[in-house]
Design a protein around this ligand. Structure first.
Ligand code: GAP
Length: 488
């Protein structure tokens, strides 16, 4: 899809207007690249988490979950390589003082070329960038930017500094006493949840009597001091990850890497999203811990972008934690080897699946956001509807009395009381019924039930379906069953 900035801006406005996402501390003009989830956003986010958690842990008998702390011993980040390697090449514009991640600046420029129809030149520039990044050739990257006269969006000039590396980890001080040596108290906000899994690898393996291959899953906050282009929740400084480390026998990594690529794509498609909206992108420059890696990319309104990473992390992390902590990070394998004896001790290899919860949220909203023209030349009409997967919708059933009198609210409230134990419902009696339906469309509620005078006679209600807008009469007692069928 071409870059559809108009749709992207419409989604951002919609998320704010309907209580999905607000800028953080908005009354103080917000905080760059930090967002709060509102009443419907937090429900949708929780439903995405639950769907991932269930599919990873409940449906894979050899995967268990943990919830590790955000703060970790500072040596963790030396062992993991983040202190030395978790940096991106950046460049500053000398006039605006604005800092850019080099790859974002170049990719943005290539997207502008594509929009102008200069596809070949865009391709050449991206290929050149990939090569220069893979070779860590910073002078070459600066030359690529200057030769193509790439400009700062703020100053409009091409007056650039040299390209330099900046570490993306946030740090803070630990403990109450200020130390003369600040480094003594320095602690990091985790930039990935994965390390909480690695340092607990043996705790879980031993207490859970886990046998390789097995996985440990976790959902939690991560923090990165991103140099941000305005991309809403696509790139945040505080975000959530849903990660799973799968511990395997050394030598079996290729097979398990392919397994998890297929398995994760299956998960995405299980939400009813078209296959064509996804693609794999193999990494050219591998992270410091990986021997193979790819992204699952989705066709966002801002173009195809990464939503999930699948990484073959070798034994890099466990081996380094063993070295730095001086504690054995090994597994004793009882299985028999070719010589008929137990295979014995080894440091397992790891395949990681890592998906950004906020990015998955943006994916779901982008995929669901639909503007529909329902009018005729005589009677213009339109609606915005979020065609969310039923499982993920914040509210499953809207319940409305047609009028505020004749005992209809009492019946509707009784239906609400019966249904709310099973799923999230929303009761409303204000405004015309059409307006109430449209408000439910805008937050993605898949079903609405309207109580009218006929309900008093035959115990039926009108059920209205969000996507087709079709309405039919159903027995009140069938309502819960109809909705539940679509949720599970
Ligand atoms: N443990 C591996 C790891 O963290 P990553 O590719 O850096 O790998 C994994 O991040 C996922 O986390 C990404 O695919 C993306 O969905 C999400 N993510 C990373 N940085 C993010 C940011 N600044 N804002 C929102 N999501 C982010």
């Amino acid at each position: 899809m071409a870059n559809d900035n108009k749709k992207f801006q419409a989604i951002i406005s919609h998320c704010k207007e309907y209580g999905f996402i607000f800028p953080s501390s908005e009354i103080y003009d917000g905080l760059s690249a930090v967002y709060d989830y509102g009443q419907y956003g937090s429900e949708l986010k929780k439903n995405i988490k639950d769907y991932w958690w269930k599919s990873m842990t409940q449906l894979h008998e050899n995967i268990v979950g943990i919830d590790a702390a955000i703060f970790m011993h500072p040596t963790t980040w030396k062992a993991s390589g983040h202190v030395d390697n978790f940096s991106d090449p950046m460049i500053d514009n000398k006039d605006s003082k604005k800092r850019y991640r080099v790859d974002h600046l170049i990719e943005g420029f290539a997207e502008e070329l594509e929009a102008k129809g200069e596809l070949e030149r865009a391709k050449e520039i991206l290929a050149a960038m990939d090569k220069l990044i893979a070779a860590s050739d910073f002078d070459g990257l600066k030359k690529l930017i200057e030769d193509n006269k790439m400009k700062c969006a703020v100053s409009g000039t091409s007056n650039w500094t040299d390209v330099r590396q900046f570490n993306l980890m946030f740090s803070t001080e630990f403990g109450s006493t200020a130390s003369a040596d600040e480094e003594d108290n320095k602690i990091y906000l985790r930039p990935e949840t994965a390390q909480g899994i690695f340092v607990n690898f043996l705790n879980v393996q031993k207490t859970g009597r886990m046998k390789i291959p097995f996985g440990i899953a976790q959902i939690g906050k991560a923090f990165r001091n991103e140099i941000v282009a305005r991309q809403f929740i696509f790139r945040m400084r505080e975000f959530e990850q849903m990660e799973m480390q799968f511990f395997i026998k050394p030598g079996s990594q290729k097979e398990w890497y392919e397994f998890w690529k297929a398995e994760r794509m299956k998960w995405h498609l299980s939400l009813g999203i078209e296959k064509e909206k996804y693609r794999f992108h193999d990494h050219v420059k591998l992270a410091h811990y990986a021997d193979a890696a790819c992204d699952i990319e989705y066709d966002f309104p801002i173009g195809f972008k990464e939503v999930e990473g699948i990484h073959s992390r070798t034994d890099f992390d466990l081996r380094n934690h063993q070295e730095y902590s001086k504690k054995k990070m090994q597994y004793f394998d009882n299985d028999l080897g070719p010589d008929g004896k137990p295979i014995g001790n080894y440091i397992p290899y790891v395949i990681e699946t890592s998906i950004g919860l906020d990015r998955m949220f943006l994916l779901i909203i982008s995929n669901s956001y639909t503007e529909e023209d329902l009018g005729t030349p005589e009677k213009p009409d339109s609606r915005v509807v979020l065609k969310l997967p039923v499982k993920l919708a914040p509210i499953k059933l809207g319940i409305f009395p047609l009028t505020k009198k004749d005992g209809l609210p009492e019946i509707a409230k009784q239906i609400m009381d019966n249904a709310k134990n099973s799923f999230r419902c929303f009761y409303e009696e204000k405004d015309a019924i059409g307006k109430r339906y449209r408000r439910m469309d805008a937050i993605g509620t898949p079903f609405c039930a309207t109580v009218d005078h006929q309900t008093k006679e035959d115990n039926t209600v009108t059920i209205r379906y969000r996507d087709s807008m079709l309405q039919e009469r159903v027995d009140v007692h069938k309502l819960i069953e109809i909705v539940e069928k679509q949720i599970f």
